[in-house]
Design a protein. Structure first.
Length: 125
């Protein structure tokens, strides 16, 4: 059901085959700067495991992986200064899955965006 392509760019980053600007490493996750930032804060968080998207991760990841991922996202939001609870002006977490959402990299990831007004989540169709 979930066919994982181990030649995707984030798999290569995890194997150390291409460089990245690491923000945080945990037991189950890696967080790094997006190569084409859309906002002053644009960090990607990925699990180390081979998951294609959010529903794959939710279905098959262990509780430890799920917890580590959620806590890493929260920690990045706070550490970048974007989190409202830490005095920041806010942030957005986005995860694209499949062609309708224009997912470019088939390894599960979330984008954490902040540092500027982000507008509404979607433009009218
Ligand atoms: P998505 O459309 O959600 O799959 O977005 C993939 C994201 O990965 C885009 O925002 C790209 O700019 C980013 N990206 C692609 N290659 C790299 C790379 N080598 N290092 C960091 N970010 C990357």
């Amino acid at each position: 059901m979930y066919a994982y392509d181990n030649q995707n760019v984030f798999a290569k980053i995890l194997r150390g085959e291409i460089p990245n600007k690491t923000v945080l490493e945990t037991e189950h996750c890696l967080a790094f700067e997006d190569i084409a930032p859309q906002a002053p804060v644009h960090v990607l968080v990925i699990p180390r495991g081979a998951y294609v998207n959010a529903d794959h991760f939710a279905a098959e990841a262990s509780d430890a992986e799920l917890a580590d991922f959620a806590r890493t996202v929260g920690r990045i939001a706070r550490d970048t200064g974007a989190a409202p609870g830490s005095g920041g002006s806010g942030y957005r977490v986005i995860s694209n899955a499949g062609p309708a959402a224009v997912q470019e990299v088939p390894h599960y990831h979330v984008h954490i965006l902040g540092g500027r007004p982000l507008g509404r989540i979607l433009q009218p169709a």
